[in-house]
Write a protein that binds this ligand. Structure first.
Ligand code: SD4
Length: 340
């Protein structure tokens, strides 16, 4: 399996362009346009397919938290997506360990970390939120909780992901693998012709017809990570944050760098101070660069955010990050602006 890293150095800092509609690359599109309710926004190109399930809930006046759960369950069950749920790439010892969290409009939140054998960690996270007095369950405890609540124990390691792991073992270079080129992905079914084939964590944010927000984030984490390693994705405030008064944010990329700055919470707080979603995401990305400019050149982190006006925006360190947006007017994938 090859990896695709985006180290393109041409800085677009300060550029007036915002997100670029991928179907018509020449056409710029103002991401901060007021779009109205409801809306669902998710990370990466494959978010477009996930948005269909979320939109089904939103368009029937469903609750945002129901929409995001339904939405991210789509890639969780998709064996061709090797960074989420079933078919996810294993850790360096060959175990598929999943991280997920969910948040509703009342600051309720639930999370599972390093969960094995369950196809839908997001739904276990939701049950942690709704059925326990806790927020996080990890590892074996999370698995026992899932099984006690009717989830089926399954083998999540597909032959393709096992093969990729065995290939990796030949060199076993321990470094983050970002923007994975998924050879199983059927480009003929790519929702956006010409869209890139990077596949990563799904973070999904929604605002429903009542103006209430919800968010979900789910991943198999960094490919070939240390056993027990947990990234930003299931950490409330890092990989996801929802404040129903202000907005919501989520992230994808090297989780360690997102955790350091409590990235998604930072983006929401910047929106509270008056930043647009895109500017808030950009400020968070710049914070990562400020801490370690050399390292920031070599890794990917992308944020996406929505606010209460229905505005959305994204920003990333490197080229290659994209977001999928669906509302009453739009059903598209956009390339995120990036610093490098
Ligand atoms: C993690 N943020 O585990 C996740 C992985 C990811 O793009 O999003 N990669 O750190």
């Amino acid at each position: 399996m090859s990896t695709r890293r985006k180290f393109i150095q041409g800085s677009v800092l300060g550029s007036a362009a915002v997100l670029i509609e991928k179907a018509a690359l020449a056409k710029t599109n103002n991401t901060n346009t007021v779009t109205g309710n409801p809306i669902v926004v998710s990370t990466w190109d494959f978010g477009k397919t996930a948005n269909v399930a979320a939109w089904d809930v939103l368009s029937k006046n469903g609750r945002a938290v129901d929409a995001v759960e339904a939405g991210v369950r789509v890639p969780e069950a998709d064996p061709t997506n090797q960074t989420i749920g079933y078919g996810g790439l294993p850790d360096r010892d060959g175990f598929v360990t999943l991280d997920a969290c969910i948040m509703d409009e009342f600051y309720n939140c639930g999370s599972v970390m390093a969960l094995e054998h369950i196809v839908h960690p997001i739904s276990v996270a939701r049950l942690v939120m709704e059925k326990t007095p806790h927020i996080v369950l990890v590892g074996e405890g999370a698995l026992q909780f899932a099984l006690a609540n009717g989830f089926k124990k399954e083998n999540l390691l597909t032959p393709e992901s096992e093969k990729a792991w065995k290939e990796w073992l030949k060199e076993a270079r321990y470094e983050p693998v970002m923007n994975i080129e998924n050879k199983l992905y059927d480009k003929t079914k790519d929702p956006m012709p010409g869209g890139h084939d990077n596949h990563d964590t799904i973070g999904m944010l929604a605002m429903d017809a009542k103006g209430n927000m919800g968010g979900a984030c789910t991943t198999s984490g960094m490919a070939f990570k240390m056993h027990g390693r947990v990234g930003d994705s299931p950490i409330i405030g890092a990989g996801l944050y929802v404040d129903n008064e202000i907005g919501a944010a989520t992230s994808s990329g090297v989780g360690e760098e997102v955790i350091r700055i409590v990235g998604s919470h930072l983006v929401v707080e910047l929106m509270r101070q008056g930043h647009t979603p895109e500017n808030a995401c950009k400020e968070a990305v710049l914070r990562i660069i400020k801490r370690n400019p050399e390292k920031a050149k070599k890794i990917q982190v992308g944020f996406v955010a929505i606010n209460k006006k229905g505005q959305y925006g994204a920003y990333a360190l490197q080229k290659g990050f994209s977001i999928s947006v669906r509302n009453n007017k739009t059903d598209k994938v956009f390339a995120s602006k990036s610093v490098y």
